[in-house]
Design a binder for this molecule. Structure first.
Ligand code: KG4
Ligand code: ZN
Length: 340
């Protein structure tokens, strides 16, 4: 098999998105995501409902991915799936499906670490997108993780800083909940922030040693601030929503950038990539873009559809595992917690 003719099916089911993608030798042919809306009315992901929805979605989503790619399952070279980290019940659906497919089609199975895949999304062949050069620093920001990772090769990644409590996505979602915005609130905070004044309401930044982060204090100070203001003016949120969102987002970006600058100083690495659901945030994307001229960094901002959970990133990670013949055997099991 030449590297020119590999068809990899990627399957992602770690949280509340059921996704499948087909990658042909580094290029995406299809990238299908079914986002589960069932969780909205609960204000967060309900694990049991997520795993049931994955079971309902997985066959049609894979079917659609193959059909949009213009291939059949017999054309597949290998199947890659998210082994973890994530919700156990959700991971099991994708894992079992991938194992059955590998067994039935007699093709190699590739187990993928979801957080590594968020980073490797930068290696998908896309017009006008350059790939980072090793070594680089990845700021991985999602609903479950906040990490600074030193990436020396495709699967050589070292976490050099991480959150001690909430992830940055949780900080966005919990702040949004305080403001009465529906789940997931991150994109709504972003949307409102674009029209607001980022300096309207200053929130304190946490003092955390080294390259680690903390976001739980910010959520508490936002809660107290809002409660106090609403007591004086019950319309406070409605009247100031855009300024509040802009101020929250500005504070979060400040926290992330302070640590990123510190990591650059400590490692001497100026190639910086952002990854994960929160890298969809327009404020973060703009700030990273500006950092090129401001600090002389080379920054990599993923294509929008490869930021939040998707299977294209699982497929590209699978591509590199396939090339190095790093296959999983059928005894592989899902793992809710896995290290980089
Ligand atoms: O990577 P992801 O899709 O799932 C996890 O692996 O967690 O990340 C989801 C997180 C959620 O917290 C969501 O609110 C946040 O990414 N998010 C955003 C934006 N788009 C998604 N946060 C801020 N601004 C956005 N535009
Ligand atoms: Zn993710």
């Amino acid at each position: 098999m030449t590297a020119q003719n590999i068809y990899i099916l990627g399957i992602e089911s770690s949280c509340d998105d059921t996704a499948a993608a087909v990658l042909h030798s580094g290029k995406i042919l299809s990238n299908v995501v079914a986002t589960q809306e069932v969780h909205q009315k609960y204000g967060g992901v309900v694990p049991e409902l997520a795993s049931r929805a994955h079971q309902q979605n997985i066959v049609p989503v894979i079917h659609e991915a193959l059909s949009r790619a213009g291939i059949t399952k017999e054309d597949l070279t290998a199947v890659a799936f998210t082994r973890g980290p994530g919700l156990m019940g959700s991971l099991l659906v994708g894992t079992s499906f991938a194992k059955s497919l590998s067994l039935g089609l007699k093709i190699p199975l590739l187990d993928i670490n979801h957080m590594q895949a968020h980073i490797l999304a930068h290696f998908i062949d896309e017009k006008d997108f350059k790939k980072p050069k090793f070594p680089f620093l990845a700021l991985t920001i999602s609903g479950g993780h906040t990490q600074i990772v030193k990436v020396t090769d495709y699967f050589q990644m070292e976490v050099i800083g991480e959150t001690l409590d909430d992830a940055v996505g949780e900080a966005f979602d919990k702040s949004a909940k305080i403001l009465g915005l529906p789940y997931p609130g991150g994109p709504l905070v972003d949307k409102n922030a674009q029209k607001g004044d980022p300096k309207a309401f200053p929130f304190p930044k946490p003092k955390v040693e080294g390259l680690n982060f903390s976001f739980s204090g910010l959520k508490t100070s936002i809660l107290y601030f809002i409660q106090k203001q609403v007591k004086q003016n019950p319309q406070f949120i409605e009247e100031n929503l855009e300024d509040i969102c802009a101020s929250i987002q500005h504070t979060i970006i400040g926290i992330l950038m302070d640590k990123l600058k510190k990591a650059v100083k400590q490692t001497g690495i100026t190639e910086i990539a952002i990854a994960g659901g929160v890298s969809a945030n327009s404020g973060i994307r703009n700030t990273l873009h500006e950092a090129q001229a401001k600090y002389g960094w080379k920054t990599y901002i993923p294509k929008f559809e490869y930021t939040t959970d998707n299977a294209a990133m699982i497929a590209i990670a699978g591509h590199y595992k396939f090339i190095s013949e790093d296959f999983a055997d059928l005894g592989v099991t899902a793992k809710a917690r896995i290290k980089m």
